[in-house]
Ligand binder design. Structure first.
Ligand SMILES: N[C@@H](CCC(=O)N[C@@H](CS)C(=O)NCC(=O)O)C(=O)O
Length: 213
């Protein structure tokens, strides 16, 4: 199994955590996003979307972190990353998608670069954009986690799963600008702290990857 990623990519970070939780060994190939390797002809043959992560398993090329993680869940069911019951699965997928579909895509590198290079926004505008969309997303996620009675040590009870896999990299992203205030999110940060005590999460952090700079 080979993961194409980048140490700072939060979507690749999700897949690293999932692979670690499932104790799957994998090789890594490093796609330097700041050098635009994701748009090189060689990488576009692997993922024409020009995004990391991509995962090759048994000759099959997979892309999109949530699709990859669901594939891992189906092919290597233990330990489960989704609850057994349908309502629980919907809740966990909702939390994961609140991050992966609603926050992350509009704060992505190519969006920030477009705001700067093409739309001529300055660094302050870009920081405000980034922080605004993390705040909008985190406000709702904090409210859900704090009030629906389903969170335990982790987002869903006391077993780490898909929602935690998305939450932890997004907290790393939220720290990109010191101006972002994490104090309104005590439940998110409590769960983040619990996740970071687990080796599967700790080994996946950006600074521990071989391509970290
Ligand atoms: N929805 C995709 C998002 C993938 C994505 O946005 N990857 C970023 C890194 S986190 C990337 O490759 N960015 C390259 C760019 O913006 O040019 C997924 O979940 O895999």
């Amino acid at each position: 199994m080979k993961l194409f990623g980048y140490f700072r990519s939060s979507a690749a970070f999700r897949v690293r955590i999932a692979l670690n939780l499932k104790s799957v060994d994998y090789d890594q190939a490093f796609i330097h996003l700041r050098k635009n390797d994701q748009r090189s002809a060689d990488f576009l043959k692997i993922n024409p979307q020009g995004l990391v992560p991509a995962l090759i398993d048994n000759g099959h090329v997979l892309s999109q972190s949530l699709a990859i993680i669901e594939y891992l869940e189906e092919t290597r069911p233990e330990p489960a990353l989704l609850p057994r019951d349908s309502v629980g699965r919907a809740r966990v997928r909702s939390l994961a998608q609140a991050i992966a579909c609603d926050i992350h895509p509009i704060d992505n590198l190519r969006v920030l670069q477009f705001l700067g290079k093409e739309m001529k926004h300055d660094a302050g505008d870009i920081e405000a954009w980034f922080n605004h969309w993390v705040k909008v997303g985190f406000d709702g996620i904090e409210q859900s986690l704090a009030t629906d009675g389903k969170a335990g040590a982790y987002c869903h009870g006391d077993v780490p799963g898909l929602a935690d896999i998305c939450l932890v990299p997004q907290v790393f992203n939220a720290r990109r600008y010191p101006s972002f205030d994490l104090s309104p999110y005590p439940t998110i940060m409590r769960i983040f702290g619990n996740c970071m005590k687990l080796a599967a999460f700790d080994r996946a952090v950006p600074e521990k990857q071989p391509d970290a700079e």
